[in-house]
Design a protein around this ligand. Structure first.
Ligand code: MBD
Ligand code: FE
Length: 285
C-alpha cells in the first residue's frame, strides 16, 4: 500500500468536522423522521436502559463517568459526531433497512457524500489531476431491474478517496470535485467509468474519535472502497460500496460495512489498466 504524506496535512478539523454540513444535507435526502411521542419514548427508554446496563455490568466509576462526559463533549465541539456515528453505528441501521430490500445489497453512506457534483454521460472519466497518483481502474456494468430488464438513464453517483487516502471536499490539499461525479447510464443501462483504484481510509487520528480508538487499542482503518448511489425513476434508490479482494483491512473494517457480495476482483486488461464489472439491480419499475 502506498500512502504519501500530503504537503498540507489534513486534520480532524477537516475530515471530521466538515462532515457536519454534509450530515445536515443528508437528513434532507433521507427524509425527516417524524417520531410520535410513543415511538420516541420507547426508543429513548431502551437506549437509556442499555446504557444503565453497561454501567451496572462493568461497575463504571465516577472518574470514568466524568471522563466519558468530557469525551462526549469533545466529540460535539470538534464536529465529529457524523464521523463517529457513521463508523460505529450506521452499519446496523443499514442492516435493518436491508431486511426489506431486494436486488443489489446496500452498504453505509458514510460521512463524505456531497450532492450536486459534475455530471457525465455513460462513458466517463472522473475528475482527476494530471499525473494523478494511483492505479488506473476501469469500472463498468449495467443497471437492471429485478426481472433483468435494463434500466435506461439511471443515475449513478460515485465518490471515493485519492491514493493518499483523503476525500475531496474534506481535505484542503485536494481540488474540489476530485473523484466525484454523477453518471447517467445509456439506453441499455450501461456505464463505463475510468478512475483510479481507491486506497484504504484511515480515520483522522488527531480528533476525539481517533484518540478514543487509539486509547482502546483498536485500529482506525477502512479497506479501500468505491461509494455508490444508484437511482432511477420508479425504482428504490440504493446506497452501497464496492471493495477489492485481498486488500488491506477487507476482513477487519473499523466500520463493519463490508459484505461478500460487494467485493470485486479487478484484473489487468489488454492495455494494462485494471478492469472490473459490476451490475446493479434495482427494486421497482
Ligand atoms: C469513510 O470513508 C467511510 O466510508 C465511512 C463509512 C466512515 C468514515 C470514512
Ligand atoms: Fe468512504
Amino acid at each position: 500500500m502506498t500512502t504519501t504524506t500530503p504537503d498540507v496535512s489534513p486534520t480532524a478539523a477537516g475530515a471530521g468536522a466538515n462532515a457536519s454540513d454534509a450530515a445536515r444535507a443528508s437528513a434532507v435526502r433521507h427524509g425527516q423522521a417524524v417520531a410520535s411521542a410513543e415511538r420516541l419514548s420507547t426508543v429513548a427508554r431502551a437506549m437509556l436502559d442499555a446504557v444503565h446496563g453497561v454501567i451496572r455490568d462493568h461497575r463504571l466509576t465516577y472518574p470514568e463517568f466524568q471522563a466519558a462526559k468530557r469525551w462526549i463533549m469533545a466529540v460535539g465541539e470538534s464536529g465529529e459526531w457524523p464521523l463517529f456515528l457513521d463508523v460505529f453505528v450506521e452499519h446496523v441501521v443499514e442492516q435493518v433497512a436491508a431486511d426489506s430490500q431486494q436486488g443489489t445489497v446496500g452498504s453505509i453512506e458514510g460521512p463524505y457524500y456531497l450532492p450536486a457534483q459534475r455530471r457525465f454521460p455513460s462513458v466517463a472519466t472522473l475528475p482527476m489531476r494530471d499525473d494523478e497518483p494511483g492505479d488506473p481502474l476501469v469500472f463498468s456494468g449495467q443497471v437492471r431491474d429485478l426481472t433483468g430488464t435494463p434500466v435506461p438513464h439511471a443515475e449513478l453517483d460515485i465518490w471515493h478517496n485519492a491514493a493518499d487516502g483523503f476525500y475531496s471536499g474534506f481535505a484542503p490539499h485536494l481540488p474540489d470535485g476530485l473523484f466525484r461525479g454523477t453518471i447517467t447510464t445509456d439506453e441499455q443501462g450501461r456505464f463505463e467509468i475510468t478512475t483510479i483504484k481507491p486506497a484504504p481510509y484511515q480515520l483522522p487520528m488527531d480528533g476525539p474519535t481517533g484518540h478514543f480508538v487509539e486509547a482502546a487499542g483498536w485500529h482506525l482503518w477502512r479497506p479501500a472502497h468505491l461509494h455508490l448511489m444508484v437511482r432511477a425513476d420508479g425504482h428504490r434508490r440504493i446506497t452501497t460500496q464496492l471493495y477489492f479482494d485481498g486488500g488491506d483491512y477487507i476482513d477487519d473494517d473499523v466500520a463493519r460495512a463490508v459484505k461478500d457480495e460487494l467485493v470485486l476482483a479487478p484484473e489487468p486488461g489488454p492495455d494494462g489498466r485494471l478492469r472490473v464489472e459490476y451490475d446493479f439491480v434495482l427494486e421497482g419499475g
